[in-house]
Design a protein around this ligand. Structure first.
Ligand code: ZN
Length: 245
């Protein structure tokens, strides 16, 4: 089975289409989405439509939750909250229903689990080995994917009581799994990378080869920025796309 794993699309349709074009010549059996389909960007309905058309199994991100229940955006920064309020006005009823129905965590099959921030808590930022342990300690599969930080990296569980090892992969990379270890993998963000690399990021997991590949894909950032500008979204939210922060 080959899984394509997409996270933090954030209504960036141009980046999402670039990732799908990169996937076009790769055989994929199953699409997985780690949440934050919407928020920040200017094409929320189109991104929801693409995820639905792919038949992707998806979990709920904090922006997906806030877009259908804006009180949850109370703790967001002012520009992020402005994007959520705009998104809530734009979303069609069927997409509101779709986002509302997303679960916080999903055990995809006997090999793979997906979540947004961590397995116990979609809002938790997994940024350190101690954070990773929170998910590694409760996962029932040998590999789990998470997003939320927009930072591509993986953690490998230790079997001798030490903290997991952390492996940032901002330029992409290849992870060999197996050997009885547990793996926690962040494929990076499709729509708003924050790991210093402005290219869209996603992962492919081939469970027969036991291999995760993280790929970075260039897209037309100026086009996404223009769409956001035209929608009246805050400049800070598209200026950062060129910087990958
Ligand atoms: Zn996000």
């Amino acid at each position: 089975m080959r899984y394509a794993v997409l996270s933090d699309i954030h209504s960036n349709l141009v980046a999402l289409e670039a990732v799908l074009a990169d996937l076009a010549d790769q055989p994929i059996d199953r699409y997985l989405c780690l949440g934050d389909i919407v928020g920040y960007g200017a094409r929320p309905n189109q991104c929801c439509d693409v995820i639905r058309e792919l038949g992707a199994m998806s979990v709920r991100g904090n922006h997906d939750e806030a877009a259908v229940d804006v009180i949850k955006a109370e703790w967001f920064t002012a520009p992020a909250r402005a994007c959520i309020l705009w998104t809530a006005e734009q979303l069609r009823d069927d997409n509101v229903e779709m986002l509302r129905s997303l679960p916080p965590v999903e055990v995809v099959d006997d090999r793979v689990t997906i979540c947004h921030g961590s397995i116990p808590d979609p809002d938790h930022y997994t940024v350190s080995p101690a954070d990773a342990l929170i998910s590694l300690a409760v996962m029932s599969t040998s590999i789990a994917f998470f997003g939320h930080t927009h930072y591509s990296e993986w953690f490998i569980g230790s079997d001798d009581g030490r903290l997991p090892s952390e492996h940032p992969t901002p330029a992409g990379g290849r992870l060999r799994t197996g050997n009885g270890h547990l793996y926690l993998v962040n494929p990076g963000a499709v729509g708003q990378p924050r790991d210093g690399n402005e290219l869209a990021s996603y992962a492919v997991y081939d469970d027969e080869a036991g291999e995760v590949t993280i790929r970075r894909v260039s897209y037309d950032i100026a086009k996404t920025a223009q769409q956001m500008k035209d929608a009246g979204l805050p400049e800070a939210m598209y200026a950062r796309l060129w910087l990958g922060v």
